[in-house]
Write a protein that binds this ligand. Structure first.
Ligand code: ADP
Length: 275
């Protein structure tokens, strides 16, 4: 999976990245492997919660329909909701806009033993904000440095950061919009404003390229995930997270001393209760 990782000195041209996986693995095997990763992730998260030491921040970005919600569902669907949170970043409120753009972000970062999935993030402040010129260029262009420094702070204080750009083709997006309209249970997800956003496709590509080129750091790497095939997208994200968590070598808290004496007491209590 490391081939999807963007190295810090890379200049990203999205034309050179695939949106659709065309490798040898088929969907059936991919889904089977994902199920195994789901189980491993569930166990790792349990140890993480018990150990109360590591913190994991997962950032998901991608154009509308790229699959941020689906990734959360299919990668994290089996983990215990205790200790795992999703932070959604929508259009900032007036109060949020009264502050710097990282003000609303920091309180959502994970604490010890927690995983937080960022469904959109502070990167919107160099994406939608840049595309629509919501602040002048001299303001947004400084933000790449702020973001790197902010993530370095989090990393220095013990947070593991993994960032995924879910990359789909323009045609795949049109098909997914159509599916949203055609399938009644998905219709609520369709927002006519999304089509207006689609008309800025080229500008978004440039904004993504700048984001990926400037903010993939040793302490908070970006992965470009080919996401036209949903099963493959889920598999890449799950694999990277599982591999990273395994490398942290987490341990549950030390065994209780005197476990034998507690066992004996409890057996006696059960015996008494049965009398
Ligand atoms: P979803 O994430 O499911 O698409 P919404 O349809 O509510 O949820 O979209 C959230 C919207 O909020 C997106 O259009 C996104 O660009 C916008 N947004 C998020 N952060 C910011 C920001 N900092 N400034 C302006 N718009 C933002």
């Amino acid at each position: 999976m490391e081939r999807y990782r963007i190295l810090p000195d890379m200049t990203v041209d999205l034309d050179h990245f695939e949106t659709r996986y065309e490798g040898e693995m088929d969907k059936k095997d991919g889904k089977k492997l994902l199920k195994e990763h789901n189980k491993t992730l569930r166990d790792l998260q349990e140890v993480m919660f018990a150990e109360h030491k590591q913190k994991l921040m997962v950032v998901l970005q991608g154009i509308d329909t790229a699959g941020k919600d689906g990734t959360i569902e299919h990668v994290f669907g089996d983990v215990n909701p205790q200790g795992t949170k999703v932070a959604n970043f929508k259009v900032p409120t007036p109060r949020e806009l009264d502050h710097d753009y990282l003000w609303r972000v920091h309180p959502h970062t994970p604490g010890s033993g927690e995983i937080v999935i960022f469904n959109r993030s502070h990167y919107e402040d160099v994406l939608v904000v840049r595309v629509h010129e919501l602040v002048p260029k001299p303001v947004w262009e400084k933000r790449y440095d702020h973001i790197n420094a902010f993530e370095k702070l989090l990393a220095d204080e013990g947070t593991t950061i993994l960032k995924f750009f879910l990359y789909i083709s323009k045609n795949e997006q049109a098909e997914r919009f159509l599916a949203r309209i055609e399938e009644p249970h998905k219709r609520w997800k369709f927002n006519p404003g999304d089509l207006e956003e689609r008309s800025h496709w080229g500008k978004y590509q440039h904004a993504y390229e700048a984001m990926l080129s400037k903010t993939s750091t040793p302490w908070a790497p970006w992965y470009i995930v080919p996401s036209d095939r949903k099963w493959y997208r889920n598999l890449v994200v799950a694999s990277v997270i599982v591999e990273k968590l395994q490398s942290l070598d987490m341990q549950p808290p030390e065994e209780l001393p005197d476990i034998d004496s507690y066992r004996k007491q409890l057996i006696e209590m059960i015996g008494k209760a049965a009398e």
